[in-house]
Design a protein around this ligand. Structure first.
Ligand SMILES: [Ca+2]
Ligand SMILES: [Ca+2]
Length: 437
């Protein structure tokens, strides 16, 4: 029974890699034949018996590239175009470059649970992990200082903010403080053609973990979460170890911006609950998290973009929550979040959209759970960048953050104040006029 159910979700074409890094001779198709079948690209055909097969253009080139021997070599006339084409097993087809429009070198298209997706050959595949921890959440702005020596990752940051032993930074962020370039500690600048930006922000010291939405400058509205966990610390160390393969040259330019001074500690709450770490683009639980909301869905992010490389995505996830009957509120930054296309689409399905100043952190409250992430709410954040995020399964924390979101949400936008003053004045005048009679 189980195997029948499984086969319902199994497409015959499992993977296509038309343009591997280096030589095209290593290009391949991985496919599954329930019985005898024919693999075709419209120009050449390959016949195969039942089972899972890998057909490569050249067995030796494939072995050199991937480290094992494929069982089939391409027949004459069969080859995988680097500009997209349709490949079929019997009458089941996938058109790469059209069904999914990503034709970069190193892209592998793959099917999972009956739908298509893509990754790059060199992307890692870290699973989602959960641990029960006691910790602390801080809502910034905050004059937060972290004084343990740690491995610290950031898109960019001010050297003054942290006491890092070892730094991992994107090699081409918009602003590299010149101080970073002068540090005498190991600084790893990361760059890759497959991960567009190394945008994560966290620190690991032994088993102590800090995950934040901010670039170690806490002047804007965002989040810091601290806790002890061997398991999550271990995973984050592995992530840094993995990403060291992308170490590149120092940035050529830097800027002398000043650290924004913050007065005040920020609001905080402690918690004991299960915490889930996800690493993007490896595994993305954000859309399911959003569409799971049944009572309330509050999203506070600087901006949103619904462009996505296939069906589904962020907009469908939000609509899912709306369809569940949840109250849905989206709070965007009053400067960066005013994209009419996004706002109109949300308002069309009955989402309340409001604005607040100086939002940088990305947070979602879905019923009694909180999700925070470094990822911006667009395709770079959810699919192309290196990002991480946490889900905290705790009603107290979710309420604390929800209240903070709603408080700022109800704040009067500045541009309405003059008209409000005029309105109150006219009421006063009217009341006086009435008094006379
Ligand atoms: Ca090719
Ligand atoms: Ca072809």
């Amino acid at each position: 029974m189980k195997s029948i159910l499984l086969s319902l979700f199994l497409l015959s074409i499992l993977e296509i890699c038309p343009n591997p890094y280096g030589s095209d001779d290593a290009e391949y198709v991985k496919f599954y034949c329930p019985s005898e079948c024919v693999l075709s690209d419209g120009e050449g055909v390959i016949e195969a018996g039942p089972g899972v097969h890998i057909a490569a253009r050249n067995k030796t080139a494939f072995y050199r590239h991937f480290g094992f021997i494929p069982d089939i070599e391409f027949s004459k006339n069969f080859s995988l175009s680097n500009s997209g084409e349709e490949v079929c097993v019997n009458d089941e087809c996938f058109f790469y470059g059209r069904d999914i429009e990503f034709l970069d070198e190193g892209v592998v298209y793959f099917s999972k649970n009956g739908s298509w997706d893509f990754r790059y050959e060199d992307w890692s595949d870290f699973e989602i992990i959960t641990d029960f921890v006691s910790g602390r959440l801080i809502i910034t702005p905050s004059n937060y200082r972290f004084d343990k020596p740690a491995m610290v990752a950031s898109y960019t940051f001010s050297e003054e903010t942290i006491n890092a032993e070892e730094l991992f930074i994107d090699a081409s962020p918009p602003n590299v403080p010149c101080k970073e370039l002068e540090l005498d500690r190991p600084v790893h600048f990361l760059a890759s053609s497959s991960y567009r930006n190394f945008h994560y922000k966290f620190a690991v010291s032994d088993s102590f973990v800090i995950v934040t939405t901010e670039n170690w400058r806490f002047a804007k509205k965002g989040y810091i979460i601290e806790f002890e966990s061997q398991k999550i610390a271990g995973r984050l160390k592995k992530l840094l170890q993995n990403d060291l393969r992308y170490e590149s040259n120092k940035p050529q330019r830097c800027s002398h911006w000043k650290k924004a001074e913050v007065d005040g500690e920020g609001k905080e709450i402690t918690f004991e609950s299960s915490v889930t770490l996800f690493i993007l683009p490896d595994r993305n639980p954000v859309f399911d998290f959003i569409s799971s909301a049944k009572k309330r869905l509050y999203i506070r992010v600087p901006y949103m973009d619904f462009g996505w490389y296939k069906s589904g995505g962020l907009f469908d996830a939000i609509k899912g929550a709306k369809d569940n009957g949840a109250e849905v509120v989206v709070i965007l930054d009053s400067v960066y979040g005013r994209r009419s296309e996004t706002i109109e689409k949300l308002e069309e399905i009955g989402v309340r959209v409001t604005f607040d100043e100086k939002i940088h952190g990305k947070a979602v409250v879905a019923d009694d759970r909180l999700l925070i992430t470094s990822a911006n709410f667009n395709m770079f954040g959810f699919k192309l960048n290196r990002e991480i995020g946490l889900i905290i399964d705790d009603a107290g924390v979710a309420n604390f953050v929800a209240e903070d979101m709603m408080k700022s949400e109800h704040k009067m936008p500045l541009y309405l104040i003059p008209s409000l003053v005029a309105f109150v004045l006219s009421l006063l005048i009217l009341a006086r006029t009435k008094d006379k009679f």
